[in-house]
Design a protein around this ligand. Structure first.
Ligand code: ZN
Length: 245
């Protein structure tokens, strides 16, 4: 068996400490709801990290030993230190996978990777969402049917000012009439990024088996492949070539 994929589930972990309502849904934080599911998978090695730990739980050692970083942020994007964001960015270009969830569309690392504002429309009335699979052969939708239905969600609507994805996996429909690109794959350097929309803090989205299955599939997809680091700069010819001088 190949080495396990090393996953770090990062969470801002503020809402759960500040609101008893939210703590009821996620007593140990959203990161533990996700990590608890992923720990059941024999091909993964899972740890967690949160904003208020030293270096946000993302020391050089943790980052060096992370194959896939999951990210959940919302109210405290601005408190994530820039030098940590730079380190995460460098790790992604060298192959680490990133899975930004839900409101992490506005995180420093995602907006840096996109180069755009990443703004969108939103509304919180608990309407229904259907996430339609639009790339049915993709490994991220293994085990998933035509669509995933979530009875009560926060709506996110287009236009989402992100970069055009390399692959679009899910398009959401909302009862209020909007649509949204809810599952998007990007490549940056050697790194793979999967943005996945579901997961509002006041809703039990990360207890939904289908959502967790997509997250697991995405971890496997975003894991680095076994390949040497890239070579840049001045380069000797491979063939015996003569200069025209
Ligand atoms: Zn939300």
């Amino acid at each position: 068996m190949s080495d396990p994929i090393r996953v770090t589930v990062w969470n801002e972990f503020r809402h759960e400490k500040e609101s008893p309502e939210i703590a009821k849904i996620y007593p140990d934080g959203m990161h533990e709801a996700i990590a608890g599911y992923l720990r059941q998978k024999p091909d993964l090695e899972v740890c967690t990290a949160t904003l208020d730990e030293p270096d946000h739980g993302l020391t050089d050692e943790v980052l060096a030993n992370t194959d896939v970083l999951m990210w959940w942020g919302h109210g405290a994007h601005g408190e994530v230190r820039d030098e940590i964001v730079e380190k995460i960015h460098a790790r992604i270009l060298n192959g680490m996978g990133l899975i930004p969830l839900h409101s992490s569309h506005m995180s420093k690392i995602f907006t840096k990777l996109m180069g755009t504002s990443c703004q969108l429309k939103w509304r919180e009335i608990g309407e229904k969402e259907r996430l339609w699979v639009v790339e049915p052969g993709h490994p991220i939708v293994e085990g998933i049917g035509d669509y995933i239905e979530l009875p009560h969600v926060e709506m996110y609507g287009e236009h989402h000012d992100c970069a055009a994805p390399d692959q679009l996996i899910f398009i959401s429909w909302f009862a209020g009439g909007e649509v949204f690109r809810s599952g998007m794959c990007f490549h940056r350097g050697m790194g793979k990024i999967f943005y996945f929309r579901p997961g509002h803090e006041t809703l039990p989205i990360y207890h939904n088996e289908e959502i967790l299955r997509v997250i697991y599939n995405a971890v496997r997809w975003a894991a680095p492949i076994d390949r040497p680091q890239r070579t840049f700069g001045n380069y000797q010819p491979l063939e015996d070539v003569q200069s025209s001088e």
